[in-house]
Design a protein around this ligand. Sequence first.
Ligand code: NAI
Length: 387
Amino acid sequence: MRKTVYFIPGDGIGPEIWAAARPVLDAAVARSYGGERLLEWRELQAGEKALKEQGELLPESTLQALRGADLAIKGPLSTPVGKGFRSLNVALRLALDLYACIRPVRHLRGTPSPVRRPEAVNMVVFRENTEDVYAGIEYGAGSPEAGRLIAFLREELGAEVDAASALGIKPMSERGSKRLIRRAVRHALERSLPSLTLMHKGNIMKFTEGGFRQWGYDLAAEEFAESCVAEEALRKNPSLAKGRLVIKDRIADALFQSVLLQPEEFSVIAAPNLNGDYLSDALAAQVGGLGLAPGVNMSDALAFFEATHGTAPELAGKDRANPSSLLLSGVLMLEHLGWNEAAERVRLGLDAVLARKTLTPDLAARMPGAVEVGCRAFGELLLQAVS
Ligand code: NAI
């Protein structure tokens, strides 16, 4: 079986980490299936390379291919300031309706972590990807747009707004929230996970973040009544927990504390866009940092895997980047395909290399006794480990 995968190596450290990660994925597939299954890679352009060669950051041909695809993977992309996009990544997510950003967070044995029990962290964050303050409806202080909007808010709605304010709009819809939460509930049920936590700041933003919370509980009651139970209902009748997914909610600031203090209480977390952005990076740090965090952005048609970090321009071209985030995103892709043997082979290979303490500088610097190797050499060690 051949599976077509579109790939964008990306900018900055992207090409280096891609060159280190891709052969490892191919080798794991070859070793696991002896040629019966094959990843067929097709390159697409976006970012600086596309700008140089095609005069556009996000060529229509790239979007066209991705619109018809079910599988793709990318390195980080930079957005040159003042080139028409707020962020190329956000533009891609909106253009392809990649509404769910899914980031599993788990500690890899042997990697340095700033917390005492990193192994207790085993969570998957489902972040809404298209709404919230990322919709890009924002007006600068003193701009004519802000002036008109402030006049409307004051005169028509009686709101008190300083006339010199900058303004941002935070649209969050029932449809947008429910489709993300539905996906998170299904993920938890398919894997028999114990709980799903709705992260929100509804005590302050009653209708947007509070709406997200309420729509989550509504969805569970409307579509998953047999298999889910709200935490509140458990207080009255604890026996309802048996065999059911517990749906709970936590206010964002309290959740940041709880994931540090009681990480075992959380398995799947569904969050609006901005909360999810903050939380996924904080959790990634808890298990060792961004260089190790994989992720995927999904629409109903396309699963677009990506390294969750940026282009790390200060490391680009220096052979110092850690390719693990992109590699682990490839592992998620193999699991998504159901090619679990190959996925496990890469995981074990990475475990073995980490156990030898031969690490890229980001990890070596935090691990006493580690031997520092470059991105290329780290990739070669991984390749040996999976072959
Ligand atoms: P960044 O993620 O590139 O860097 C943050 C820190 O993490 C830096 O100290 C960097 O050296 C380190 N780091 C990141 N990836 C690493 C790796 N694989 N190995 C070792 N160390 C690593 O974030 P920053 O500096 O805020 O953004 C730089 C550029 O990346 C910007 O143009 C931004 O727009 C873009 N970006 C792209 C993303 C994407 O394509 N998904 C996500 C975040 C930022």
